[in-house]
Ligand binder design. Structure first.
Ligand SMILES: [Zn+2]
Length: 313
């Protein structure tokens, strides 16, 4: 049995954002090709997601919004969300496939095929809100996976760790009043999308179950080490998660064109080991990691390699 699953589908390329958009159609393929050719390829278990049952998408999105995305695709190439988020005729199908791959990741680790999984999917999801697309995202893959894990496998407590350089505002909104899903985010701040101050901690029963650690421009692995060791780890020990999901963005890399954080390829391996320590303590090492951002196409596969290499150890 391989410890680590890699979940990928060649159709991820069919969501065509055009040549000038940073969320390029070949992002997932570049990662896939790099890992496939690498020395760790034969140590991974490779899976393809199938079509999703829309009832899981409806756990996090309104029916009207799901139909809106579907119908917008029928109109052909287009942009929504103030021009940021591009739609093509295949977008609805491929956004569903990305959500499906996150669900497949949950199945893979919960059925004990693998201890952890990396979902090499696109479009990303963590900015997607209940009833709107945002920041290149249509359906919130990680939020859908969390709801799926709770319902299908009767898990009580899910910890979502979001280290994408942008605040995961969509995911935060999904669980802001919900104490069963703890949302931790380390992100550049102030920055897009504007939310994610340390004052945002949840509401109602969810108060105290959102933890934002803003990072200053130029932050290095030292900042992240501190955030993970001093904020995330003690919080996780109190929360005692049954499963950990990672919103794994790689746009905090020093060469990323969309942000100004200073992480190096190997730093994503170090963050992964810190998360693994928590997972091994509380949830049999179970981690499902889902690709979010990362827009330097040379740094991206190399950073993901460090992440997967740490997952499989
Ligand atoms: Zn991002």
């Amino acid at each position: 049995m391989s410890q680590t699953a890699l979940i990928y589908h060649p159709d991820f390329e069919l969501h065509n954002t055009g040549n000038s958009h940073p969320e390029k159609r070949n992002r997932s393929k570049i990662i896939y090709d790099y890992i496939k050719k690498s020395a760790i390829s034969h140590e991974l278990a490779w899976f393809e997601p199938g079509p999703i049952d829309l009832r899981w998408v409806k756990k996090n999105h309104s029916i009207d919004y799901i139909n809106y995305v579907k119908n917008t695709c029928l109109l052909g190439d287009n942009t929504i969300d103030h021009g940021d988020t591009r739609v093509c005729p295949k977008t609805f199908e491929i956004a569903c496939l990305a959500a499906s791959s996150a669900i497949k990741g949950v199945d893979t680790v919960m059925n004990d095929n693998c201890q952890n999984a990396f979902c090499c999917c696109r479009p990303p999801g963590h900015h997607a809100l209940h009833s709107s697309a945002m920041g290149f995202c249509f359906f919130n893959n990680i939020a859908i996976a969390a709801r799926y894990a709770q319902e299908k496998y009767a898990l009580n407590k899910i910890l979502i760790i979001d280290w994408d350089v942008h605040h995961g505002n969509g995911t935060q909104a999904s669980f802001y009043n919900d104490p069963s899903v703890f949302f931790f985010s380390a992100h550049q701040y102030p920055f897009y999308p504007g939310s994610g101050s340390s004052e945002e901690k949840g509401v109602g029963h969810g108060m105290g179950y959102t933890l934002n650690v803003p990072m200053p421009a130029g932050a290095s692995i030292e900042h992240y080490r501190r955030a993970f060791n001093l904020s995330l780890t003690p919080t996780a020990y109190k929360f005692r998660p049954d499963l950990i999901l990672i919103s794994a963005g790689f746009d905090a890399h020093r060469n990323d064109p969309l942000a100004t954080i200073s992480l190096k390829n190997e730093d994503f391996g170090e963050l992964t080991y810190l998360v693994k320590d928590i997972a091994e303590h509380f949830c049999h090492g179970r981690i499902v990691s889902v690709l979010e951002g990362g827009y330097n196409l040379s740094a991206l596969p190399r950073s993901v390699y460090q992440h997967i290499n740490a997952l499989k150890h």
